[in-house]
Write a protein that binds this ligand. Structure first.
Ligand code: ES4
Ligand code: ZN
Length: 317
């Protein structure tokens, strides 16, 4: 069987996916027109040409700028529906989807409007036999701990549609320990917890995510390979890492996919899952990540099946 058909035929969960990172240029310009918003790019081709990132921050600047086109519940529904259709074609049966509430409320879009659109898309997906969906609200590090806590408190009426708290955006200079109060408040609401750590930040940030924030999964986490004791800890606890290989190449976390620490993590017994992160920006959806890794690392059908299985075993339940 061809590699892509093998991969798309494996039932899998996608556990590291930013909804706003699924905004394809065509939809961005369609929503810009619908809402009378202008984007700082001449058109679809010019926007795609700007996807040449030097690091995480250079990506985030463009990513936050493009979000300006998202204004109404219908926009969020349409965005989520487009992703869920695409994910279904990739064999995704469960998607745990990040979104950044603060980036929308800061532009005057009420959280209830955002959640209404997300909730509709999730219900429509299940009714149509598509992926099951849960949403994880992320605190954006660049807005600091006080805003993060306020955002968590604002989630209270939406617990159920929103099942978890995450932590994302600019990592360097923003240690997880600064967000302990927000994570404690989230647990007080019955939310599950995950955090980005060890993407650009040091292994110390992964330790803090585990020991100070008490997260159940670590998003990225790949820089743990620099600390053997940390790798042993992750393996012993069975803590999943939601790894995003094509993202790490595009944001220059690694120079080449063949240099990626994934094989070393698997050999060390760390529970690894494969995910797409911001697929509209990083050149591939989740099946593309499986295919690229299979080609780079010479993975067998059994290896790919084990990775899909690991994703299903790592869902929040
Ligand atoms: C992100 Cl790749 C990545 N890292 C941190 N925060 C993010 N938000 C969206 N994509
Ligand atoms: Zn991410």
């Amino acid at each position: 069987m061809a590699l892509r058909e093998l991969v798309t035929g494996l039932a899998k969960a996608e556990l590291h996916l930013h909804l706003e990172g699924t905004l394809e240029p065509e939809l961005a310009f369609a929503l810009a027109a619908r809402n009378g918003v202008s984007l700082p790019y001449a058109g679809v081709a010019a926007l795609r040409r700007a996807y040449d990132f030097a690091d995480l921050q250079s990506f985030l600047d463009l990513y936050y700028a493009c979000m300006a086109v998202l204004r109404t519940a219908e926009d969020f529904r349409d965005l989520a529906a487009a992703y869920l259709d695409r994910a279904r074609a990739d064999g995704v049966v469960r998607a745990e989807v990040f979104f950044d509430p603060q980036e929308h409320t800061a532009r005057g879009v009420p959280l209830a409007e955002v959640v209404a659109g997300l909730s509709r898309a999730a219900q429509e997906s299940v009714a149509a036999g598509g992926p099951q969906v849960a949403f994880i609200a992320c605190a954006v590090r660049h807005r600091g701990p006080a805003e993060a806590l306020a955002m968590v408190e604002s989630l209270e009426p939406h617990v159920g549609t929103v099942v978890g708290l995450g932590l994302d955006s600019t990592e360097r200079g923003h240690p997880p320990r600064d967000y302990a109060r927000a994570f404690d408040a989230a647990r007080g609401l019955g939310l599950r917890t995950v955090a980005h750590a060890g993407e650009e930040g040091p292994p110390a940030y992964v330790w803090e995510a585990l020991d100070v924030l008490g997260v159940e999964r670590v998003d990225h986490g790949v820089r743990c390979v620099e600390d053997a004791a940390l790798v042993r800890r992750l393996a012993a606890d069975g803590t999943p890492l939601t790894v995003c290989p094509l993202s790490n190449v595009r944001l220059r976390v690694v120079d080449d996919l063949r240099d990626h620490p994934l094989p070393r993590l698997l050999d060390a017994g760390v529970r690894v899952t494969l995910n797409s992160d911001d697929p509209a920006y990083f050149g591939g959806y989740v099946a593309d990540n499986y295919v690229a890794c299979a080609e780079a690392f010479g993975w067998s059908e059994a290896d790919l099946t084990a990775l899909a299985r690991a994703s299903l075993d790592s869902v929040l339940r």
